[in-house]
Design a binder for this molecule. Sequence first.
Ligand code: ADP
Ligand code: MG
Length: 551
Amino acid sequence: DVNDLEDLLHSIDGRGYGGYKRLAGSFALPGCRVAVDHVQADPYAPPALVRVMVDADQAGLPDDLVDDRAGRVATADFLTRGLVDALRSHRDVSIGQVGQEVLERTHVVILPDRLEARLQVQLPAAGRRVKGRQAFRILSEDLPDIADLLLHHNLDAARLRTHVALCRDQEALRGRLAGLGLVAFVADGSVLPRRSGDSDLPLDEAVPFTSPESLRVDVDLPSGRRLTGMGVPEGVTVIVGGGYHGKSTLLRALERGVHPHIGGDGREWVVTRPDAVAVRAEDGRSVTGTDISAFIADLPSGTRTERFSTTNASGSTSQAANLAEAVEAGASALLIDEDTSATNFMIRDERMRRLIPADREPITPFVDRVRPLRRERGVSTVLVAGGSGAFFDVADHVIAMERYLPCDVTARAREIAGIAAPAETQEAVFEPTPERIPARGCLPPAGRRRPARARGTDTIQIDRQIIDLSALSQLVDPAQTAAIARVLDRISELLDGTIGIVEATARIDELIDAEGLDALSGFRGHPGFLARPRTFEIGAALNRYRDLRLR
Ligand code: ADP
Ligand code: MG
């Protein structure tokens, strides 16, 4: 208890920093229990990992807020945000950072018997010596304060309720989009642009979103709230408009709309199907055995493209691979921006078709494949294309952004294209492809290498190899990347040479559903700061692993 803790810290005060090792374990403090799961080895090592626990009956969270997953995720998110705020300027104790998205996280967890906050504690040192008195203050005063904060929701009951209702509404709407025949919904009044390129906060003086009448839909939500906004229908939707009129901003909001957002973000009612995947060019990436034959065939080198591999993809082959892998992984909608696309992947104009006959051009551009993709695979596309009218011929809907406001220009675009409706071709181009099954051992099990390390949102290091995730715009939080690193450590046991990439990621998702994100750490205790990634981003990390080999 407290006295033992005081005695212990007193006895190591002024001694070598290694004395802190004796803190490992758990102890009771007034009002909470504390577990020290990892003690930092020296003052410059990563901080100690500490959990603060409060009994469920003491915590007294209202049952109706935590009786479903969305409710528990939202409630834990609310408590996490409270702690992040409270600890922002604390020198020694931290709970990491959170962004605008509400994600399932390990920072605060709601368990049947207790509430638990996971913290990092910088154990104080003078040079390389233990500062026992200060350590005692942190552990015996600051941690119980944090436990108190976990109970503060009582004072904030109305805000907590609002937060949970908001997240449940968003999740309910996301789940209903497919039934409504929509890829996404953008409510009137939404604020899409961000404050700056390096801030995810809403732009102050933004033009609020207003839906065009022809695409306007009303939705009723579980809380009783009713929203009006633009429904982005299934099929092929092309967003056009002059430069700087807000096209990419709309698309980016749709990309992010696969995750719920906090109140006041401006995008809380931009809701996209959970299986919509952003696809861009990413030259330089490695590709292992991906079937890109629907887009690229007959390479001059004679390389087969039904099982295409390269260590250094071009703009067009990388985009073809990204697209094929998204479809393989079960995406029901693709989000594509001209700004980040390879032009020769997207279109080829008449003159070029005349100069270079099809039999000497390996690439069949996306404009010729977007409808077969929809017809054969049921995959919708939302595409920003301000630079070419080529997509008028294949679009179900054309939306023009004008001074940040959408209007439906489908009829006029068809008039210009001289068509009444998009024409369907009948040839089958998206042949079913066999699953890609990693060869056993190509990703060494975690025991035989250092654990994978995540840095920021964009990189994971496995041994000497860097996996570059910067092209994954829907990977939004460093804690998601950290979770993918943990997955890469766990997934090697699954990859026994009989299981495909898609199936392996699905099993990880089931594991998280059944046992929570904590299960990824393979350790009972503080799992680090993890947030749930989608299966798409997990698969994308595997696909970019340069030593991936297929059976
Ligand atoms: P485009 O892709 O059409 O060229 P962007 O989406 O990149 O245009 O937007 C151009 C600029 O306009 C960006 O700086 C963006 O933040 C700003 N912007 C976008 N939408 C709005 C809006 N609704 N209100 C105010 N500014 C906006
Ligand atoms: Mg743009």
